[in-house]
Design a protein around this ligand. Structure first.
Ligand SMILES: Nc1nc2c(ncn2[C@@H]2O[C@H](COP(=O)(O)OP(=O)(O)OP(=O)(O)O)[C@@H](O)[C@H]2O)c(=O)[nH]1
Ligand SMILES: [Mg+2]
Length: 283
């Protein structure tokens, strides 16, 4: 393929430094990972920065992911991180579940405070994650009907707004956006397929090829169910079939394969091809 992935060290460092600074303010870091590509959405570089913080991993968009694959990811991630949750933001219980997990991770801090004769202080947490992973959705969900920030109390950095989730749990109201893993093309492609990379760092042709190859091997019925394609042939054959089924015709009356490919990618991203996970644990 040979495409070069553009790398912007300046931007990356700036985004990373911002997260690094904010992490200093909290006890618990909540990192969101897209359940369709957990491996590519995790930022390994951050591990060094947050060594002494508790880490809670939340798999998001589980409604779009393959349930069995998600279960396997949860089991695997449990071994590596302090706590793992899957959150369905359409479910009312999300706030309570998150709160319980955060407070459980803060118990050590409380023990230390009490040992020093202090009154246990609320656990402070922040949400981090790559673009489009659901950070704002989760914060909005939690912030709903909550009192305004508590920034006027001593000990809080000016300009930082905290959402008082309950008496034991304060959440920083702005998430940390993590730079993405561009270090290899496969990860970048997965991030583009799930919509975490907006710029066209990889051409649709490359993404279409990868997606079709993956579906053929892992989810052969997805194209049948959506586009009535019985056997998955090569990319151009499939694109022609999609163009025909959806009546996508270009200005000279030919099947419009560019639009067919864009449509395929969009429908995958929107979950219309079914519940599909691009990365299986251990695969
Ligand atoms: N299907 C589904 N969509 C979700 C879920 N959570 C968030 N979304 C959608 O994903 C998109 C991105 O969500 P945001 O909450 O804006 O993500 P973000 O991490 O704040 O994104 P940036 O601010 O761009 O970094 C929105 O269209 C949400 O509606 C989920 O659990 N399932
Ligand atoms: Mg956001």
């Amino acid at each position: 393929m040979g495409q070069q992935i553009h790398w912007f060290p300046g931007h990356m460092n700036k985004a990373f430094n911002e997260v690094e600074n904010k992490v200093k303010l909290v006890d618990v870091v909540i990192e969101l990972l897209d359940a369709r590509a957990p491996f590519s959405s995790i930022n390994e570089n951050l591990e060094k920065v947050i060594q002494n913080k508790k880490k809670l991993i939340v798999l998001t968009k589980i409604d779009l992911a393959d349930q069995n694959a998600t279960k396997e990811w949860v089991e695997a991630l449990k071994k590596k991180y302090d706590s793992i949750l899957t959150l369905d933001l359409k479910n009312n219980g999300a706030e309570t579940i998150l709160s319980k997990a955060v407070i459980a991770l803060g118990k050590d801090k409380w023990a230390k405070e009490m040992a020093k004769g202090m009154k246990p202080q609320p656990i402070r947490a922040m949400i981090i994650g790559i673009p489009n992973v659901g950070k704002s959705s989760l914060i909005n969900r939690i912030a709903k009907r909550k009192a305004a920030g508590v920034q006027n109390k001593p000990g809080f950095t000016r300009g930082e707004q905290w959402i008082k989730v309950n008496k034991d749990f304060l959440l920083l109201d702005t998430p940390g956006i993590l730079p993405m893993n561009y270090e290899n093309q496969k990860k970048a492609a997965h991030l583009a397929l799930i919509g975490a990379i907006r710029e066209e760092i990889l051409p649709n042709e490359t993404l279409g090829e990868m997606l079709l190859e993956y579906l053929k091997n892992q989810y052969p019925s997805a194209l049948k169910d959506r586009f009535d394609i019985e056997t998955v042939g090569d990319r151009l054959t499939v694109l022609n079939q999609i163009a025909e089924r959806r009546k996508l015709v270009d200005s000279v009356g030919q099947n419009d394969l560019l639009r067919a490919e864009a449509l395929l990618l969009k429908e995958f991203k929107d979950g219309l091809l079914g519940k599909i996970t691009l990365e299986k644990y251990g695969a």
